[in-house]
Design a protein. Structure first.
Length: 217
C-alpha cells in the first residue's frame, strides 16, 4: 500500500470513529432524557415514602394570644445552677410487666436561678447610723426552676407486648424532673450562695453611692 492509500485509509478510520462516537453520545443523551421522567418519579416516590415513615411534625400556633397578667418585677438574680438529672418513670412493673408495663428513662437538663426580690425592701430596712448604712435584705428565693427542652430527652423506653404505653408518662417524668432539679439545687445550698452574692453586689453598689461602711443584718 502506497503512502496516499495509507493516508486515505487513516482518514476514513478517523471519520468512521468520530461518527460512531457522536452516534453513541446521541444515543446516551437520548436514553438519559428518556429515563429522566422515571428517575424524577422515583425520587418523588422515595421522598413521599420517607415522609410517611419519618413524618416531620407540623406546629401550628393559635393566632389568638391572651395576655393574662403583666406585673413589674424588681428581682436581683445572683446565681444560676445548671443541673442534669436522670428520671425513671414506670408503671405496671409487676410480674406481668413484660406484657402490660411501661418504663422510660428521661435525661433532664435544667436551670435554677435564685436571688432576692428588691421589691420587698422597705424604708425601715435601710438605716443610717453615723457613717454606717445598715441594710436588712429579704431572704433569697428561687425565681426559676425549669427544664431546658433542647437538651432534655427520653433516653430509653420499654413498653409491654400488649400495651401501647401510658400517654402522659413522659409528662409526669418532666414534671418530676423540674421538682428534682430544684431540690438538688436547694440541697447544694443555692439560697445561701444567692444571699452572699447579693450582699457582695449591693455592698459595692452602696459604696459607689458614697456609703463607706455597709452592714447587712
Amino acid at each position: 500500500m502506497d503512502r496516499k492509500s495509507l493516508v486515505f485509509t487513516l482518514l476514513v478510520v478517523l471519520f468512521l470513529g468520530g461518527a460512531v462516537y457522536f452516534l453513541l453520545q446521541s444515543v446516551q443523551q437520548g436514553a438519559q432524557q428518556a429515563l429522566a421522567p422515571f428517575q424524577q418519579s422515583n425520587a418523588a416516590l422515595q421522598t413521599q415514602v420517607a415522609e410517611l415513615t419519618h413524618p416531620t411534625p407540623t406546629i401550628i400556633p393559635d393566632p389568638v394570644t391572651y395576655i393574662s397578667e403583666v406585673r413589674a418585677l424588681a428581682r436581683l438574680e445572683t446565681i444560676q445552677y445548671s443541673v442534669e438529672k436522670v428520671i425513671t418513670a414506670e408503671v405496671g412493673q409487676g410480674s406481668f410487666g413484660f406484657l402490660f408495663g411501661d418504663k422510660l428513662l428521661f435525661v433532664a437538663h435544667g436551670i435554677v436561678i435564685a436571688g432576692i426580690d428588691m421589691e420587698k425592701i422597705q424604708t425601715a430596712d435601710l438605716q443610717i447610723s453615723g457613717d454606717t448604712l445598715q441594710v436588712h435584705l429579704p431572704a433569697a428565693e428561687v425565681f426559676v426552676a425549669t427544664l431546658d427542652n433542647q437538651k432534655s430527652y427520653v433516653y430509653n423506653r420499654e413498653t409491654g407486648l400488649l400495651t401501647q404505653g401510658v400517654n402522659d408518662l413522659e409528662t409526669l417524668a418532666r414534671q418530676s424532673a423540674e421538682t428534682e432539679i430544684k431540690n438538688a439545687a436547694l440541697e447544694d445550698g443555692i439560697l445561701e450562695q444567692a444571699q452572699r452574692n447579693a450582699e457582695t453586689f449591693l455592698y459595692k453598689f452602696f459604696q459607689s453611692l458614697g456609703y463607706r461602711n455597709v452592714v447587712f443584718r
